[in-house]
Design a protein around this ligand. Sequence first.
Ligand SMILES: NC(=O)C1=CN([C@@H]2O[C@H](COP(=O)(O)OP(=O)(O)OC[C@H]3O[C@@H](n4cnc5c(N)ncnc54)[C@H](OP(=O)(O)O)[C@@H]3O)[C@@H](O)[C@H]2O)C=CC1
Ligand SMILES: O=C(O)[C@@H]1CCC=N1
Length: 276
Amino acid sequence: MSTPASPRIAFIGGGNMAQALITGLKQRAFAMQQITVIDPDAGKHQQLQDKLGVRTAAALSEQALQADVIVLAVKPQQLKAVAESLAPLLRSQLVISVAAGIRTADLSRWLNGYRTLVRTMPNTPAQIQAGVTGVFALAEVNDAQRQLTDSLLQAAGEVVWLTDEAQLDAVTAISGSGPAYVFLLIEALTKAGVALGLDQAQAQQLSIATFKGASLLAAASETPIATLREQVTSKGGTTEQGLLSLNQHDIHAIMQHAAQQAANRAKTLGDELGAQ
Ligand SMILES: NC(=O)C1=CN([C@@H]2O[C@H](COP(=O)(O)OP(=O)(O)OC[C@H]3O[C@@H](n4cnc5c(N)ncnc54)[C@H](OP(=O)(O)O)[C@@H]3O)[C@@H](O)[C@H]2O)C=CC1
Ligand SMILES: O=C(O)[C@@H]1CCC=N1
């Protein structure tokens, strides 16, 4: 298959993740009329058409699936039923799943042995092209299809290709779920600012700008992250006291445990739903 200049894409599921990916594509001036979103919730259709300019359909059909790429963007619990309905309608489309936990072996079985499959784990900052997506492709996915996958996902931000599918559970725990950890930390830092006497709006502005600035500096700098941290930490100064408290509460263990729990859940989802 050669890479189509402007591929047609059918999203099955028009929720949070589909909308984040489509918004990223829209910002890259991708032709929105090339995208069809299939979602049973008719209430969402007008909103998807008005906000994003995509086509919509309420159910799977040959017509709705006239696409080069099909993105499976339903909940993991909905994927088996969707895949089984999709199987007889597949021709030669590239199928990309964003579902947490669900392994390509199970998805392929539900799709009646179809193996032109890519499994990904994006994240919601995709909507401002600041996402990062982990990607694993089956051997049957050819070079042109890999390039197509890469260029579509680049519209959402950075792309990390994996050769071991099992690593996607770790990617899910770190960057798939990660934005929620960061939002929680922003909420917590904001709350701390309010407790110290700032008003809510000021505290939130300071917290967000600090996460943004530190992240941009870490990304732009060749300096090790630990050194960047040390550059903030004056001897006998304020940061030292703040970090001492975070380390007394073992921030590393807290993050390690959170990520492990998320990865365990991804594996359990794969085990339980894949066994259906
Ligand atoms: N949210 C995130 O940050 C991330 C999510 N993901 C993955 O993305 C997938 C979607 O998650 P998310 O967008 O958050 O979930 P949402 O619930 O927001 O979106 C799923 C959408 O699919 C619709 N749907 C349900 N059944 C069908 C069907 N048979 N055919 C077509 N559409 C259907 C749902 O409709 P209804 O609401 O009416 O059921 C809903 O609109 C999940 O598998 C998740 O693991 C991956 C990375 C990050
Ligand atoms: O919470 C979830 O299961 C999905 C996958 C990663 C982010 N959201």
